[in-house]
Ligand binder design. Sequence first.
Ligand code: ATP
Length: 215
Amino acid sequence: MAIRLEDVWLDIDGRAVLRGVTGELMGLNILIGPNGSGKTVLLHAIAGILKPKRGRIDVEGVTSIMFQDPEVHFVAGTVLENAVLWGRDRSDEREIKEIAKELGIADLLNRSPFHLSWGQRKLSALLCALAGKPDVLLLDELPEGLSPRALKTAISAATSTAKTVVMTSHQFLALGWNFHFLADGTLYSGEEALAKAREYEYDKCRCPLFAVEER
Ligand SMILES: Nc1ncnc2c1ncn2[C@@H]1O[C@H](COP(=O)(O)OP(=O)(O)OP(=O)(O)O)[C@@H](O)[C@H]1O
């Protein structure tokens, strides 16, 4: 399962945010880039929420997105009721309860998502995204506000469900993930992405990816 991006151009309010984004995303992917560079816009384009004015996006398989703001996932009622809505015909209540257990939030299922802490809301939003049993999972700033243990559990649940994961983050620069950098409307991957990350001082953050340089 993969995402193919071919010369993708996308304007927001007349401003060119994506300017010829080209690349392939497979397996586990981290998408990094300065504030306002268009990471969320790119995820929304991959999810089909925003339409590029030019170029082509091909996504293989069922796609789910976890929005940066968890509240976008919730309408009313309980966490379970919201997750069932997102699961549609792809998962039933029993399966959703299993995923909640895996995420460590089984005890939140009968509560209102609007009465939860920020981290609990994020995990509940992830539950909604996972309820769709996606092949391709787009995670907008999953790590933000999660404790290390909750993040580990969340990533384990995400990667055991979806074959392709794309996660935006400013902090989570783990080894073993494909690394992509978005700046000036352009997507950089691999070594080029690492060079860009250094240019934008991501090597100043304490993260495994740059650990060798810190020693
Ligand atoms: N609904 C909107 N209306 C107008 N402009 C928008 C809207 N959403 C995003 N933009 C603009 O599009 C550009 C890209 O925004 P985006 O949210 O994709 O950035 P980002 O890389 O995800 O940033 P951050 O790291 O701060 O979350 C920004 O200049 C932003 O102001």
